[in-house]
Design a protein around this ligand. Structure first.
Ligand code: PEP
Ligand code: MG
Length: 291
């Protein structure tokens, strides 16, 4: 029985009616991959990089970041790896970086907004990512994007850092740049972005759509990713991605909620990203869809 469970975990995911669904991993640190066989997944859909910035050692330098990103790419053995740039603020305060005392940190200077406000910090991360990109299939994802101008500014900065590395003779590549869809404005206007891919962040998308914070227990009932309003925004994003012929995945906690698997796949999604512990459960739920 154990051997059967392990082979089910390693097998690629198909719905009962034969649709291939990519199952990717969410990780918050490279240690999350310890002892894991990369064959359980189709790649890594979300690397949260906040852990690098949460230490008491201050902000991580370029070499420190590069070493960590490279380790993750090495683990993936050629599978795609999506690394998200720093998503500080809101539920992820970082000492010395995020603003103390904002009246509503979830609506404040967080995610890409903070990175663009602190270019000296952001550039170091973009350089480390460009250097790591030669070691595998790296995709870089921007969090909390609301308007195309944010994506465009980040793209210009990535181009500049890549060009500077090349001019120095440092091994590097320009990774494709994509966006999280987690602000309702971005979901509603997804086709206005020139992004290489989308990844739907259902945690934030749900809280902003339902006006119910992800971390306030007394409104947890309202914080429902299965609400038709949230599912409509997800379907809307998937449709935009189809039209533009760009990849789309979903990496929020809803991907691991097997009560929602059927509804999520009904939006047209063919890629879900979950924590390693949820892989077997998700694959089993996918196999029941369409039966
Ligand atoms: C999300 O918002 O759904 C997401 C995946 O990002 P985080 O939970 O890190 O905000
Ligand atoms: Mg988020």
């Amino acid at each position: 029985a154990l051997a059967a469970a392990e082979s089910a975990r390693l097998a690629p995911a198909y719905t009962a009616d034969g649709r291939r669904i990519a199952v990717l991993l969410n990780i918050a640190a490279p240690e999350d991959l310890a002892g894991l066989d990369p064959a359980i997944c189709d790649g890594i859909g979300l690397v949260r990089t906040e852990f690098l910035f949460e230490t008491s050692l201050g902000l991580p330098d370029e070499d420190t970041q590069y070493a960590v990103y490279r380790r993750i790419l090495d683990w993936a053995q050629g599978r795609p790896v999506t690394i998200r740039t720093l998503d500080a603020g809101g539920d992820k305060p970082i000492k010395g970086l995020t603003i103390d005392g904002e009246s509503n940190p979830f609506l404040g200077l967080r995610g890409i907004r903070l990175s663009l406000a602190r270019p000296e910090v952001f550039r170091v991360q973009l350089r480390a990512l460009s250097r790591a990109a030669v070691h595998g299939v790296l995709k870089v994802m921007l969090p909390m994007i609301a308007v195309p101008g944010e994506f465009d500014r980040a793209g210009v900065m990535l181009d500049a850092e890549f060009a500077a590395l090349r001019a120095e003779g440092t091994a590097c590549a320009r990774p494709p740049l994509g966006i999280m869809i987690e602000v309702p404005a971005a979901a509603l206007c997804a086709e206005d972005f020139d992004a290489a891919f989308y990844s739907i962040g259902s945690n934030d998308l749900t809280q902003y759509t339902m006006a119910a914070a992800r971390d306030i227990g007394s409104v947890a009932d309202l914080n429902d990713a299965g609400h038709p309003a949230v599912l409509t925004l997800i379907a809307r994003t998937v449709e935009a991605a189809r039209k533009l012929d760009v990849e789309v995945s979903l990496c929020g906690d809803a991907a691991a909620d097997t009560r929602l698997t059927k509804a999520l796949l009904a939006t047209g999604l063919t890629s879900l990203s979950v924590a390693p512990v949820a892989v077997a459960r998700l694959k089993a739920a996918i196999a029941k869809v369409g039966s």
